[in-house]
Design a protein around this ligand. Structure first.
Ligand code: NAD
Length: 394
């Protein structure tokens, strides 16, 4: 069939298998063109199929020669629907990894469940014995508590009072004001349940109990802080509360892992176009402006560049440095004073007429399409291809 992009709200409901494979290839090529990462050899990536998790899997496999087990929640194609981008990415990753003799297996299912944790532990025991790095990179709108069976939904809302700011429709480039009502206490709690550190802790506890963590093992989870512009909707909002919980979890896990010389950190990453971040109100316009400002200063990075720098120079390198809240920071370029000052000045000037000049909104749109394998040079989008891409999952 001929596969074209098709939208529903902010999400693209189609994905192109060859385009997704090209995205994975591009990230692998970036890693291979850089110096080896010294460190992880047996890696578990929870949330491995897109965004920062996929970049983490690629960086450790192709940059450190690591065996990787990935956990993701993706859908293969069926008679009625195409597969998800994360499915096609994972299939491509496995193919490329196997071509280079790298061990890689993907567990497809709900990482929040006990069943998937048990499955992963069994796989580690059978194939790897133990793991020395656990990356936690889940972004999800809902989570079912494995003990109570209750399902919680996360929201992206301010706390205390409503938040009004400008936002962009990145299909029409129209700028309009959006107002988001303040979250209820229940919504704050539910967001912390989904995106806070509880599930990360359950994973580490389960891995510890099963004795499948190597002496000196490291675990990281990703966070975001961002700019003054997005504070009300991000850092001071419901998701920020969840990230605060994630940070506190890191501190508790770090203490727990000390007994085996292990370590646990939250890493603060840069804002980047992913399936999850494009759903946050106001943030896409901020990202389009950030991209422009950082490009002009020659300090821009994508997921793979961020994760490579994190692993190569900080986590397993000589520039390891924690901030005052025991976090690693690779959002340092985004947060530079000159970058943020320029963003604050330009933000006020953006309107529907000048948005394509003041910001990189057209590139944002291209980057968004790219997440689903569209708009990639060298791919023939008129070619009749099969949407059925099979690979073995567990
Ligand atoms: P993403 O949407 O690209 O990836 C999410 C991953 O989680 C996918 O692999 C998906 O399959 C997996 N997943 C979701 N629900 C699952 C479930 N129930 N079971 C198993 N797998 C599941 O997201 P991303 O933007 O890469 O975000 C990953 C982490 O990085 C999040 O914690 C996010 O807050 C953080 N982060 C993102 C940004 C950004 O701008 N994108 C910046 C800093 C930090």
């Amino acid at each position: 069939m001929i596969i074209k992009p098709k939208f529903k709200d902010f999400i693209c409901v189609t994905a192109h298998p060859e385009g997704c494979a090209a995205n994975v290839r591009e990230q692998i090529d970036y890693i291979k063109a850089n110096k080896q990462i010294e460190g992880p050899k047996k890696v578990l990536v929870i949330g491995s199929s897109t965004g920062y998790g996929l970049a983490s899997r690629i960086a450790t496999a192709f940059g450190a020669g690591a065996s990787t087990i990935g956990v993701a929640f993706e859908r293969p194609s069926t008679d009625k629907k195409l597969g998800t981008a994360g499915w096609y990415n994972s299939a491509a990753f496995e193919r490329f990894a196997k071509e280079e003799g790298l061990y890689s297996k993907t567990v497809n299912g709900d990482a929040f469940s006990k069943e998937i944790k048990d499955k992963v532990i069994k796989l580690i025991k059978e194939d790897l014995g133990k793991v020395d790095l656990v990356v936690y990179s889940i972004a999800s709108p809902r989570r079912t508590d494995p003990i109570s069976g209750e399902t919680y939904r996360s929201t992206l809302k301010p706390i205390g009072e409503a938040y009004k700011n400008k936002a962009v429709d990145f299909h029409t480039y129209k700028i309009s004001d959006v107002e988001i009502e303040a979250a209820t206490e229940e919504e704050v709690k539910a967001t912390v349940k989904v995106m806070g550190g509880e599930d990360w802790r359950l994973w580490i506890d389960a891995l510890l109990e099963a004795k499948v963590l190597e002496e000196g093992a490291t675990t990281v989870a990703y966070s975001y802080i961002g700019s003054e512009i997005t504070y009300p909707i991000y850092w001071n909002g419901t998701i920020g509360k969840a990230k605060e919980h994630l940070e506190n979890t890191a501190i508790a896990l770090n203490k727990k892992l000390k007994a085996m010389n292990g370590r646990a950190y939250v890493t603060v990453n840069k804002a980047l176009v992913t399936q999850s971040s494009s759903a946050i109100p106001v943030v896409p316009l901020y990202m389009a402006l950030l991209d422009k400002v950082m490009n002009e200063k020659n300090i821009n990075e994508g997921c793979i560049e961020q994760i490579y720098r994190l692993f190569k120079t900080q986590l397993f390198g000589s520039e390891f440095k924690l901030d005052s809240r025991d976090r690693l920071r690779v959002d340092d370029f985004e947060m530079r004073e000159d970058v943020q000052n320029e963003i604050l000045n330009l933000w006020e000037t953006i309107n529907s007429e000048n948005v394509t000049e003041v910001t990189n909104i057209e590139k944002y749109r291209r980057d968004f399409f790219k997440l689903f394998g569209f708009g990639i040079e060298g791919i023939d989008y008129e070619k009749d291809i099969s949407p059925n891409v099979e690979f073995e999952t567990y």
